[in-house]
Design a protein around this ligand. Structure first.
Ligand code: ATP
Length: 351
């Protein structure tokens, strides 16, 4: 089932939550909606589900206009961040619920329900918890049961809103890998909302980066990470340093390092460099960028140094622990920075 989102707009009073959104979710793909809090991800998901009505635009399921259809007619499954399971029902009964409440003529027999629920519990690898109550489960187990419950009615579309948002980092990481494997088995067209870039990059086939009710970029994880379309995408998908520079004859210069820049436009440039793309040296080259190390922090496998650089914002440099040991960098030391890679944006020239 493909989903086409055409010119969708949504306003709350004077506030525009979604501004002319166009995108297509392909059949069987796992698409992530990624963006900061308040950018409109949940609103878009709710419009796809039929829980919210758009002010403009259409939603097409498999080419058919579904905009006016009730949520129950859309055949979607949901998993939310705090999708409370029914507390007074066992795991088995929770998963069976969607089948039991079907109209009498569509309701499967008890035997069929039993088999189906156990198959689903096996799928989420929690069959051994069938007789427990939700209060006796961990957060991660509850979300897997919520997913089994969503899958019970064989939805054509699966909508997940920060499903692992309330869990700790380790469980979150396990569950997103698990979700990816599950999706590879089932191929249900899925839309996954997250504000966590690592999660989106790891889980999704394609990522929609949203900001202030608009799409900034749509692409594969590699595309949005390696070829960010806008400064917002670059900044949102990982830590980045911004250097203010000037374009001269097609080059933007940071210290003594030059980066190709669009030629025709104004002279101010923004040069973005990721912390792990900067080398530190002790010898000054001509026009080198000098900095003073202010802090050194250990981040597990890597070390993060914060430097003061004249006329720039504080600059962060990430080194491997080996590089840090070999360099022997110390707080208070004056050093030189050499960016290896950069992305240059020239704000549009207004005549
Ligand atoms: P978060 O990750 O914080 O949930 P989000 O990207 O999912 O953020 P939305 O929940 O879609 O964002 O909200 C988008 C904007 O619309 C927010 O500024 C929010 O305050 C506003 N908004 C959402 N629902 C309503 C509503 N029912 N009434 C008024 N404003 C709303």
């Amino acid at each position: 089932m493909s989903i086409e989102i055409r010119n969708i707009a949504k306003r709350f009073g004077n506030f525009t939550a979604l501004d002319n959104i166009n995108l297509e979710v392909k059949t069987g793909e796992l698409l992530a909606l990624l963006g900061p809090s308040g950018c409109g991800k949940t609103t878009l998901l709710r419009i796809i589900a039929g829980l919210e009505t758009p002010d403009d635009g259409q939603i097409l399921f498999h080419g058919e206009d579904t905009t006016e259809k009730h949520v129950r007619e859309r055949n979607v499954g949901f998993v939310f961040q705090h999708y409370a399971l029914f507390r007074h029902m066992t795991v088995f009964e929770n998963v069976a619920f969607g089948l039991r409440v079907r109209p009498r003529n569509q309701r499967p027999s008890d035997e069929v329900i039993k088999k189906k629920v156990h198959d689903l519990l096996n799928l989420v690898q929690l069959d051994w918890l069938a007789d427990r109550y939700p209060a006796q489960l961990s957060g991660g187990q509850r979300q897997r049961i919520a997913l089994a419950r969503a899958l019970a009615v064989e939805p054509k579309v699966l909508l997940l809103d920060e499903p692992f948002g309330a869990l700790d980092t380790k469980v979150r990481k396990e569950l997103r890998r698990w979700l990816r494997r599950l999706h590879d088995e089932m191929h249900i067209t899925s839309v996954f909302v997250t504000h966590d870039q690592e999660e989106a990059l790891e889980v999704a086939d394609r990522v929609v980066v949203m900001n202030k009710g608009k799409i900034e970029q749509l692409g594969s994880p590699t595309e949005v990470y390696d070829k960010p379309a806008t400064p917002f995408v670059y900044q949102f998908l990982g830590d980045v340093n911004l250097f203010h520079s000037r374009v001269h004859e097609g080059w933007a210069q940071v210290g003594d390092t030059r980066f190709a820049a669009p030629e025709s436009v104004g002279d101010k440039a923004m040069v973005y460099v990721r912390p792990h793309e900067i080398d530190l040296v002790r010898e000054a080259g001509p026009g080198a960028l000098q900095g003073t190390i202010q802090h050194i922090r250990l981040l597990g496998a890597t070390v993060r140094l914060e430097l003061d650089v004249a006329d720039q914002d504080a600059v962060e440099v990430e080194l491997t622990r080996e590089q840090q040991q070999t360099g022997g960098w110390q707080v208070g030391e004056s050093v030189y920075l050499q960016p290896r890679e950069a992305r240059v944006y020239v704000p549009e020239h207004r005549a």
